[in-house]
Design a protein around this ligand. Structure first.
Ligand code: 0WD
Ligand code: CA
Length: 381
């Protein structure tokens, strides 16, 4: 079977023109050939430390340490007493990516940047990988809407998520059980990741969700040049492993599958999210720990991203990678057409509610503005 990247054919956008008001999110409008998606290239990385401070290096990189097939990891261990949780009410928007751009301008600009003559970025879009994942899954999303703020500045479009009212309400009324279950994913990382090539995981340590290692990748979707960053859990220990992002490993936990209904839901909903998130930056595999109701990991399974689309083909009513990628591509074209004014304080706010078209509104000098003054100053001075 063909490699999923560097694959193009078909008529491209325009076959099913969106209405003049909004962009359709109906699956059937995106069932054409797979669009061009270039092999993502890592252009840099950065780290956020235990106090959420930015470093233009890989100090927070961790190394995958393969556990037993049936490891019996207790994910509840350390909840509360060995857990430091990032403050989710602090909205960082694109700030860390922008810091990375300022520190690495020559890597993303066509001409050498000098203080005397700064130059524009060589990309059409700058965003978080997580925002693109939401776009990829939109044609299949029936529960949660989203808001994406877009600013055109020096001809690059910056996309930053805005928390919806519904999402904020959900976050504020989370149950204690839900809070604890969110910890389980991070605890699993601690059981399976070591701080360096020669050490072993330390399940007795503190879980601190401020810490992160992020990759910055460049790629192209149809005629859109993308620069985005995503958090990476760990990499292959083997020094002969391929170079990033091909050596990266995404870790997940999921409820143990016991019934045909659970298997079908896992294929239709969970594998869609796992596939979209890792396909985007070119992370080749997801390592999953399946846990019981009591938070104990009972089995491990590796899912190569390139095999997920075959795995789901036998599933009735299932999602299609081409629909995800074509919708994302058409959304980015829609953004290019809509967000015409080049102004760091103007925000085009794109809004999606399940079963509706994507629509947008325009906001000047509003609380939605997200490009910080330090970034605008540095890029224009
Ligand atoms: O301010 C915002 N609206 C957001 C900021 C939304 C989403 C992310 N972020 C930032 C944070 O700085 C974080 O370090 O994004 C970084 C992660 O970005 P991403 O890779 O683009 O996000 P995503 O693919 O959604 O999540 C990757 C991992 C998650 O792992 P799982 O296995 O659960 O998918 O990043 C973590 C989480 O461990 N994560 C976050 N970390 C910090 N802030 C956030 C978040 N909002 N969401 C997920
Ligand atoms: Ca993960």
């Amino acid at each position: 079977h063909h490699h999923p990247y560097q694959y193009q054919s078909g008529p491209g956008p325009g076959q099913n023109p969106p209405s003049s008001r909004g962009l359709s999110t109906r699956r059937e409008n995106y069932e054409r050939d797979f669009p061009l998606y270039k092999q993502p290239v890592e252009v840099g990385c950065f780290s956020l430390d235990s106090e959420r401070r930015f470093f233009n290096d890989s100090r927070q990189m961790r190394y995958y340490s393969e556990p037993d097939r049936n490891p019996n990891f207790d994910l509840k261990d350390g909840y509360k007493d060995r857990f430091i949780k990032r403050d989710e009410s602090v909205k960082e928007k694109l700030d860390h990516i922008l810091r990375w751009i300022l520190a690495n301008r020559s890597k993303v600009s066509s001409k050498a940047a000098t203080t005397a003559s700064p130059c524009a970025l060589d990309v059409d879009f700058v965003t978080w990988r997580g925002h693109l994942t939401k776009l990829l899954t939109t044609p299949y999303e029936t529960r949660e809407g989203w808001l994406l703020a877009v600013t055109r500045f020096r001809n690059t479009l910056y996309i930053s998520e805005v928390e919806t009212e519904a999402a904020r309400r959900e976050r504020e009324k989370r149950t204690e059980r839900h809070e604890e279950m969110m910890y389980w994913g991070y605890k699993f990382e601690q059981y399976t990741c070591a701080d360096n090539v020669h050490s072993s995981p330390d399940p007795g340590g503190v879980v601190n969700t401020n810490e992160a290692f992020c990759t910055v990748v460049q790629t192209r979707l149809a005629d859109h040049r993308l620069l985005f960053s995503g958090e990476v859990d760990c990499r292959d220990k083997d020094p002969t492993a391929p170079s990033p992002p091909a050596c990266y490993v995404e870790l997940k936990t999921s409820a143990e599958i016991c019934t045909p209904k659970q298997r079908s839901n896992f294929h239709r909903f969970k594998l869609l999210k796992w596939w979209a998130q890792s396909f985007l930056p070119g992370v080749p595999r997801v390592v999953a720990g399946f846990r019981d109701h009591d938070g104990v990991v009972v089995t491990m399974e590796t899912f190569p991203i390139s095999k997920i689309s075959h795995l789901i083909k036998s599933e009735p009513n299932c999602w299609k990678p081409t629909v995800c990628m074509n919708f994302c591509s058409d959304f980015l074209s829609f953004v290019k057409r809509a967000a015409t004014e080049d102004n760091p304080s103007v925000v085009y706010l794109f809004s999606y509610e399940p079963h509706r078209d994507v629509t947008y509104s325009v906001h000047r000098d509003s609380p939605y503005s997200f490009l910080p003054h330090w970034y605008v100053r540095e890029m224009t001075s």
